[in-house]
Write a protein that binds this ligand. Structure first.
Ligand SMILES: O=C(O)CCC(=O)C(=O)O
Ligand SMILES: [Mn+2]
Length: 201
């Protein structure tokens, strides 16, 4: 564990998942995406996001013209599949949280995709941390502050890295500036997968 990103409550576990565990996770995610396909999210102002999304769990985080929110169903109407046990076990080991995650958001970054600085704040209980898993190509993760603006620090997240944002970092602004397309051999056609686990209620 390192603390290169200095905000309290930000914990990085570099290389937490070895190659075998990463491959098993990808296989489980393919199963999820076969039931709940990636779709194109649109911001409340109508701008298509560059990432594509799906989810597993009781709720999926969605965005469209009606706003940011959690929904019990995929935009195409199906239930979200359960969160795979392989994903839950990462949470159980690293989150330090007695509650189980209710949403596993799946973000897919193709070449050129990014995610602007934002806070994760659509949940009811900020005492629970957010845990995120990186798979595939490296992503340049930027960590800011709870208030808008100020200094930020950046770190390349690699395949198998896990980040936990709790405490002061729970509501800090963060985003992904870019990916290094083709930097990992995990996914045959390149790209980055990020899983974000959250307690919702
Ligand atoms: O892709 C990442 O590493 C971060 C994703 C994220 O912040 C989110 O989905 O809220
Ligand atoms: Mn986020």
């Amino acid at each position: 564990m390192t603390d290169e990103l200095t905000i309290k409550g930000f914990r990085l576990f570099p290389g937490y998942l070895d190659r075998t565990a990463q491959e098993a996770l990808v296989a489980d995610l393919r199963g999820v995406l076969a039931m709940a396909p990636l779709y194109q999210p649109v911001t409340p102002r109508g701008k298509p996001m560059s990432v594509r999304m799906s989810a597993a769990g009781r709720f999926g985080w969605v965005t469209d013209r009606r706003g940011y929110r959690y929904e019990p169903k995929h935009p195409e109407g199906m239930e979200w599949p359960p969160i795979p046990a392989s994903v839950l076990s990462i949470w159980d080991t690293l989150s330090g949280c007695a509650r189980q995650p209710e949403c596993c958001l799946i973000n897919w970054y193709a070449e050129g995709a990014r995610m602007g600085l934002h806070q994760d704040k659509d949940e009811a209980d900020f005492a629970a941390p957010v845990l995120s898993v990186s798979l595939g190509d490296e992503g340049l993760f930027r960590m800011g502050n709870v208030e808008r603006g100020g200094q930020t620090t950046s770190h390349w997240l690699k395949s198998g890295d896990v980040v936990v944002m709790g405490g002061a970092a729970r509501l800090a602004h963060h985003g992904v500036d870019r990916i290094r397309f083709g930097s990992s051999s995990l996914l045959p056609n390149g790209g980055r997968i990020n899983l974000t686990l959250r307690v919702v209620t």
